[in-house]
Design a protein around this ligand. Sequence first.
Ligand SMILES: Cc1cc2nc3c(=O)[nH]c(=O)nc-3n(C[C@H](O)[C@H](O)[C@H](O)COP(=O)(O)O)c2cc1C
Length: 209
Amino acid sequence: MTKELFKGSILFGPVPAVLVTTINREGQANIFTVGWTGVACSHPPLVTIAVRKERLSYENIRATGEFVINLTTGKMLKMTDFCGCRSGRKVDKIKHFGLELEPGVDVAVPSLKISPVALECRVRSVTELGSHDLFIAEIVRNKVDASLIDKDGRIRLGEAGLLAYCHGEYFALGRRPLATFGHSVAKKAVRQARQQKKNQDRKGKKESF
Ligand SMILES: Cc1cc2nc3c(=O)[nH]c(=O)nc-3n(C[C@H](O)[C@H](O)[C@H](O)COP(=O)(O)O)c2cc1C
């Protein structure tokens, strides 16, 4: 491949486009879209979001030390874009889309009913970086839509049709994975057993229609 050179910038993707819920001191909820989010640590479970100081959501998170990351799906495309283009200072985005909220379990911040997975987060630290401040937060509770949990209790996140953002464009993940974790180093017998299981699962699915 022949590469052309560009000055350093965030040419990085895909990233998840998530909807983050927050509340102000009076308990009024707001949502905004975040693409600069990621996993920082497995144990304890830490995530990051990078937020500009001028956002209403920034004020809310600073005031309460809590937020909820709501994963988004293809069905949530329009609201994900809108909530990233309009501030809660001007529009009540929750009313605008008639969104139903579910009360927080371990935080005071509600989550979005329409989202398949909500991560309740408590802020651990805030670092000023430049355009954005980086919040590192601990996930204190996960809420997962029952439709994504299979009969063996496994969470099938890949089936949610999650939304990704890549250099100005949105994509929904396909439901068929290309492969599973560890397939490149798995022994042939393990690969065959996995394939067999997959075929059986697929057959089972078809028969149930
Ligand atoms: C796809 C997408 C990703 C975004 N990612 C971020 C982000 O990571 N950090 C941020 O501060 N703003 C981000 N924004 C912009 C905010 O969501 C936007 O300014 C929003 O209107 C702020 O709302 P608020 O004032 O109600 O908090 C993003 C917008 C879009 C459309």
